[in-house]
Design a protein around this ligand. Structure first.
Ligand code: SF4
Length: 219
């Protein structure tokens, strides 16, 4: 299932995909109200892959709707990409689409289990195949490991990495998780790496910056 040469079909494919994903109950959760959280982007140029939705996203039904999202969209705003354009042009996926529960430590959310990640991976694979994004932005350690292996974040963030084995051979530009629970961000020099990564995203996705500028001038 590919969109190459058939971009007009992509919204239709993503509608069908989202309907199937919405009905997914592969993992066993105690709370039947916990449903998959799905991107509304239908003409994406890029993909962002986070870890999992949190409590706010479960209620809001949009990915990155809470505090981490405010930081993430502030980062995008710093390179001229507005949140509405980011949500429209970046398909926001995740390692799992359902809230995995609170962390036993009481600090932040639980990391999804290998069982849940394995259950959910086919949805992500299908989206990459359909969208064939030019750029994939893995956010946080779990997503970064999925695409770039288990390496130090300081060796990976701030650089662009070709993913030759994925459909369309996209470029991965990783970001740390923007939640307050991430201590990596606060270490000396690490925000500079984040700034370099954001500059790479802006350089690879100039259309998003142009569209954001258009949005602001119309408003
Ligand atoms: S986490 Fe993924 S695989 Fe598990 S029920 Fe939710 S959508 Fe389905």
């Amino acid at each position: 299932m590919t969109c190459r040469g058939g971009a007009r079909r992509l919204p239709v494919l993503l509608d069908a995909h989202s309907a199937a994903l919405e009905a997914c109950r592969r993992c066993t959760f105690d709370d039947p109200a916990i449903l998959p959280v799905i991107s509304s982007a239908r003409e994406p140029l890029a993909m962002l892959v986070g870890q999992a939705p949190g409590k706010t996203e479960v209620v809001d039904r949009r990915p990155f709707a809470g505090r981490a999202g405010r930081t993430l969209f502030r980062w995008f705003g710093s390179i001229g990409i507005d949140e509405p354009i980011a949500r429209r042009r970046i398909y926001i996926a995740a390692m799992t689409r359902c809230f995995p529960g609170s962390s036993p430590s009481g600090r932040g959310d639980r990391v999804p289990s290998p069982f849940q990640v394995s259950n959910c991976s086919a949805w992500l694979d299908a989206e990459i195949e359909m969208i064939r994004p030019a750029v994939i932005i893995p956010v946080g350690r779990l997503a970064i490991e999925r695409f770039l292996g288990n390496r130090l974040l300081s060796e990976l963030i701030g650089r662009a990495h070709r993913l030759p084995d994925l459909p369309g051979a996209p470029i991965a530009i990783p970001l740390p998780h923007p939640s307050g629970a991430s201590s990596w961000i606060h270490a000396p020099g690490h925000m500079e790496l984040v700034g370099r990564a954001l500059d790479l995203i802006a350089a690879r996705l100039p259309q998003l910056v142009r569209e954001s500028t258009g949005t602001r001038s119309v408003a």
